[in-house]
Design a protein around this ligand. Structure first.
Ligand code: RUB
Length: 308
């Protein structure tokens, strides 16, 4: 396996690359690079290498269906291709990768275009963790000339909220950082909550950074609308077959590097927010109800069920 794949998997594991979209983009590029550097002479050998790369990348973070959907899509295209030579098949990898990355970029822009309309002038918007899709939407609202404030949670244990805060400040948006446990305290002042997603299940539930479901509870109690901002390709097709989304549990040292002996520390990276807490999913098809997710996926991305 080419070292670019191993290196990318390590960077994803260490959170040097974070957020579902960035993880998927890095994995797609690693697969393409791995294919280009392959010394395989036959299709079967190339497919074996790509499949090994897939296993390594999938294991780098367990709760990332966007990455899984992307890699499966690319490998499926190679498997089904009529091209004979390895060189031609590597071209297929490149073409399909660019197409997927292009679609992701277009989805991100469409999401920002739709979602920025929900950011009102003079409002306060709360977000949790760091979602590049959310920050892109907020930047778009700012570019449209709206004046609003953003409240970011720290997002313990590894403080991705600081990345959000820096991006918002760079965009010239008035920004406040709060500890995660202060969400209810500030919720009465907030007009809108926007969060990203790592996974969308067939029931229309979403999986995002640990704490999102508590933010959603607080939002519901305060009657503040909460929108999930996500590409539809974060849908996990395995959930329709009854499988639960696996929630990654990270190293306890992220929570406390030098704990007293005998202490149990748990560090799940994500939690599940049920659909009844979600006002709508802002996706490339517009603002949709979480209830319509299966219908929409079947219409727009039917291949998702074939490539699993
Ligand atoms: C990041 C996180 C983000 C989603 C969506 O968690 O939960 O909200 O991944 O991000 P982590 P994006 O930092 O553990 O990866 O919109 O960029 O795909």
């Amino acid at each position: 396996m080419h070292e670019s794949v191993l290196d990318t998997a390590e960077r994803i594991k260490r959170l040097e690359v974070q957020g579902a979209r960035n993880v998927a983009i890095a994995a797609i590029k690693a697969i393409e690079e791995g294919a280009k550097r392959s010394k395989a002479k036959k299709k079967q050998a190339l497919l074996k290498e790509l499949s090994e790369a897939k296993t390594v990348l999938f294991a780098s973070r367990e709760t990332e269906p966007l990455m899984r959907n992307a890699i499966r899509y690319i490998l499926y295209a190679v498997e089904k291709s009529d091209e004979g030579s390895v060189r031609e098949l590597v071209d297929v990898v490149s073409q399909v990768s660019s197409q997927f990355l292009g679609d992701l970029e277009r989805s991100k822009e469409k999401i920002a275009e739709v979602g920025s309309k929900r950011v009102s002038n003079g409002s306060k918007v709360l977000t949790h963790c760091h979602s590049s899709t959310v920050t892109n939407l907020l930047r778009k609202a700012k570019d449209e000339g709206k004046s609003f404030e953003v409240v970011c949670t720290e997002s313990r244990p590894v403080f991705q909220g600081r990345i959000t805060a820096k991006e918002m400040l760079d965009a010239g948006i008035e920004t406040t950082l709060i500890v995660d446990s202060a969400v209810r305290y500030f919720m009465n002042e907030v007009d809108l909550v926007v969060v990203g997603a790592d996974a969308i299940t067939s029931e229309g539930n979403i999986i995002n950074k640990i704490g999102t479901s508590m933010v959603a509870l607080a939002a519901k109690e305060a009657r503040t609308p909460l929108y999930v901002v996500s590409e539809l390709l974060k849908f996990d097709p395995a959930t329709i077959q009854g499988n639960y989304e696996i929630i990654e549990e990270r190293n306890s040292s992220e929570v406390w590097a030098d704990p007293p002996s005998g202490l149990t520390i748990r560090n799940p990276a994500f939690d599940v927010t049920r659909r009844e807490f979600i006002h709508g999913i802002i996706c490339e098809e517009g603002i949709i109800s979480p209830h319509s997710i299966n219908e929409l996926i079947t219409r727009k991305y039917p291949w998702i069920f074939e490539v699993t």
